[in-house]
Ligand binder design. Sequence first.
Ligand SMILES: [Fe+2]
Length: 154
Amino acid sequence: MLAADVREVLKLLVSHELAVKRLYEIYASKFPATRELWVRLAGDEEQHAAWLRELCWDESLETTDFDTGRFRPDTIRASMDNLQKQIAKAETGDVTPGAALLTAHYVENSILERDYFKVLEADSPEMQSVFERLAAETRGHREAVSEAMESEGS
Ligand SMILES: [Fe+2]
């Protein structure tokens, strides 16, 4: 993959993080009991998008091979479609607090299972550091949502 394509993938990941942020913001406005959690997670997603955006301008990307053993842009686009559906559903009000937690768990878990932030040996140190941070925070999000599910009894 050429460097230009790497930037396209990173831009897709930025949009993906911002769509997750949007979803959590809607949840925050709808569910007072879990508002604090959603506000915190939404803030994190904003930060994730900022890290990825910064990475887009990194000169070391010129030598990055994004194609080997990594996910395909189509996968992120499919995730985006699902997120848009969840956002529309949340906006129309047809979601319970428990269902919101389940959706968030699915979203965070999919990011991890599809290896969106998989680090390859050939990656630049900058990319490794950003992707490692993103994977760690996504694991933290999945855990926070799991804990909320337990206290919710769902
Ligand atoms: Fe997240």
